[in-house]
Design a protein around this ligand. Structure first.
Ligand SMILES: C[S@@+](CC[C@H](N)C(=O)[O-])C[C@H]1O[C@@H](n2cnc3c(N)ncnc32)[C@H](O)[C@@H]1O
Length: 262
C-alpha cells in the first residue's frame, strides 16, 4: 500500500495535471532559466545517442521527447497516471517512440544496471533521498551518468516566497540542501554541483523589456563568476544541477544517518 506522503504527492499532482493550473502561475520566474536549460540540454544532447535513457519523475513529459530526438531509447516514469497518459498521447501524436510508465521513483521496476543516462528535473526534492539515490545508483550502468536539476532550499527570500505560495507546492516537498549532495556522495563516486540563478533573479521584473535576454545573460555570467570565486554563495542560488557518476553497489553504501540536513 502507498504510504501517506506518496499518496499526498500523487493526489496533488494528479489534480494539477488534470486541471493544468500550476505552471502558468509560476511562469514569471521561469523567464530566466535559459542558461540552465541550455547547460542541461547540451549535456544530454552529447550523451543520449544509442543509449538507454530514463527520465525520472518526468511529469507530462514536456522534455522527454527531446531525449528521443537526441537518439536515445527513452523511458519516462512518474507517479501520476494522468501525467503518463498525457505524455504517451503527446509522444504518439508527434510520432516519437517513447515509453511512459506510471511508477514509484523510490522503487523502480527495472533490473540493476539498465540505463546509460538518468535525468530528472525538479523531482528529487519530492522524494525520500536515500531511497531515490539508491534506486538511481542501482539502475545506472557502472559507466553511466545521472543529471538532475533541483531547487535549493537555503535562500531566505526564495523560501519566503515559497511560504507565500503554498498552493503551488506539495506539503512534503523539500528544496535541496548542500548536505543532501553529501548524502548523494554515499551512492556515487562523483557528485558535481553547478548553481544557477542568484543575481539573475533580479531581472524577472524586466521580463517584458526588449533588453531582457541580454540582461539575463549578463547576470548569468556574473552569477557564474560569483559562484566560482566564492563557492559558499552557491547555496543561495535558486537551482542546482547535479551530475552524478560512479554508482556504488548497494553493499558499499553505508546506511544513512538521521540528522544529515542542515
Ligand atoms: C515538480 S513536478 C516535475 C515534473 C517534471 N519533471 C517536469 O519538469 O515537468 C514533480 C513530479 O514528481 C512526481 N512524483 C512525486 N513523487 C513521486 C514518486 N514517488 N515517484 C515518481 N514520481 C513522483 C509528481 O507526480 C510530479 O510529476
Amino acid at each position: 500500500m502507498m504510504d501517506a506522503r506518496k499518496a499526498r504527492e500523487k493526489a496533488f499532482h494528479e489534480q494539477h495535471y488534470a486541471e493544468d493550473v500550476r505552471w502558468k502561475a509560476v511562469d514569471k520566474y521561469y523567464s530566466i532559466i535559459e542558461g540552465r536549460a541550455r547547460y542541461w540540454e547540451d549535456f544530454l544532447r552529447a550523451r543520449c545517442a544509442g543509449k538507454r535513457v530514463l527520465e525520472y519523475g518526468c511529469g507530462e513529459g514536456n522534455y522527454t521527447p527531446r531525449l528521443a530526438e537526441f537518439g536515445g531509447a527513452v523511458t519516462g516514469i512518474d507517479l501520476s497516471e494522468t501525467a503518463m497518459q498525457h505524455a504517451q498521447a503527446a509522444a504518439r501524436a508527434a510520432g516519437l517512440q517513447v515509453e511512459f510508465r506510471a511508477m514509484d521513483a523510490e522503487a523502480l521496476e527495472f533490473p540493476d544496471q539498465t540505463f546509460d543516462v538518468i535525468c530528472g528535473n525538479a523531482i528529487l526534492h519530492h522524494l525520500d533521498l536515500d531511497q531515490s539515490f539508491a534506486e538511481v545508483a542501482r539502475t545506472l550502468k557502472p559507466d553511466g551518468v545521472a543529471i538532475f536539476m533541483e531547487p535549493l532550499g537555503h535562500n531566505p527570500l526564495i523560501n519566503l516566497r515559497r511560504r507565500m505560495t503554498p498552493q503551488l507546492r506539495t506539503p512534503d516537498e523539500h528544496p535541496l540542501k548542500m548536505s543532501d549532495f553529501t548524502l548523494a556522495r554515499r551512492y556515487f563516486d562523483s557528485v558535481e554541483i553547478r548553481a544557477f540563478h542568484l543575481l539573475s533573479l533580479t531581472a524577472v521584473p524586466f521580463r517584458r523589456s526588449a533588453g531582457f535576454p541580454r540582461l539575463v545573460a549578463i547576470l548569468d555570467r556574473i552569477d557564474a563568476t560569483l559562484f566560482r570565486r566564492l563557492p559558499f554563495t552557491m547555496r543561495y542560488a535558486w537551482y542546482a544541477v547535479a551530475v552524478m557518476s560512479g554508482p556504488r553497489p548497494a553493499a558499499a553504501t553505508a546506511p544513512a544517518k538521521s540528522g544529515v540536513g542542515d
